[in-house]
Design a protein. Structure first.
Length: 204
């Protein structure tokens, strides 16, 4: 049973997706702790409703990123974990050697398009619509020390329609994320992911 920590900053829809799939027997994992960078995040309420440990480590309560990560790692150190999954986590997470190859993120675009610092949430979909691309999607990747940069595990595509707004595109991409992220986590749980340089090989 894969032991997860979930890092979030907002509504917790990705967390809820994991919880639902675990309950349905579709994901061989257990959420050990949920940590939010915002004390008022709805995701913490979802965690408590599911009787999961829910901890707020407020980014604004710490003077810099290093001290913020000190606090994050202090919480994580209290649990035996296999994988850290970022689920709409809007602050930098430092791997600090301990979580290299054991931390995942999902980005609402096809990396390297519309990715990197400043591209998050609705901004990503605004950029995609403005650019006139015909296809967008989501990317699940291993995290490294750069924004939206680590080796790609799974990508899913969705069409960008002529009458799309950032909000309608976001809804379609979120649907793809709800399939792709659990898929990547399950592959990790089965020991089928191998990082080779910048690529991830999926063992049969």
């Amino acid at each position: 049973m894969l032991r997860l920590a979930v890092l979030l900053s907002g509504s917790g829809s990705t967390l809820q997706n994991f919880i639902d799939r675990i309950v349905a027997g579709q994901l061989d994992a257990r959420v050990e702790v949920v940590i939010s960078s915002k004390p008022d995040a709805v995701g913490l309420e979802r965690a408590r409703a599911a009787r999961l440990p829910a901890v707020a480590v407020g980014r604004k309560d710490h003077p810099d990123v290093d001290r913020f990560n000190d606090a994050l790692h202090d919480v994580l150190a209290g649990y035996s974990l296999d994988l850290v999954v970022m689920a709409g986590f809007l602050s930098p997470f430092q791997l600090r050697g301990r979580y290299v190859g054991r931390a995942m993120n999902v980005h609402p675009a096809l990396i390297p398009a519309f990715s990197g610092k400043g591209f998050y949430g609705r901004r990503v979909h605004e950029a995609a619509v403005a650019a006139g691309v015909r296809v967008s999607g989501c990317t699940v990747h291993f995290a490294d020390e750069e924004y939206d940069h680590g080796p790609i595990i799974v990508q899913r595509t969705v069409p960008v329609l002529d009458d799309d707004t950032p909000d309608t595109l976001a809804a379609r991409v979120q649907g793809a994320e709800q399939e792709a992220y659990p898929e990547a986590v399950q592959l990790f749980a089965e020991g089928r992911l191998e990082i080779v340089g910048r690529r991830v090989r999926i063992r049969r």
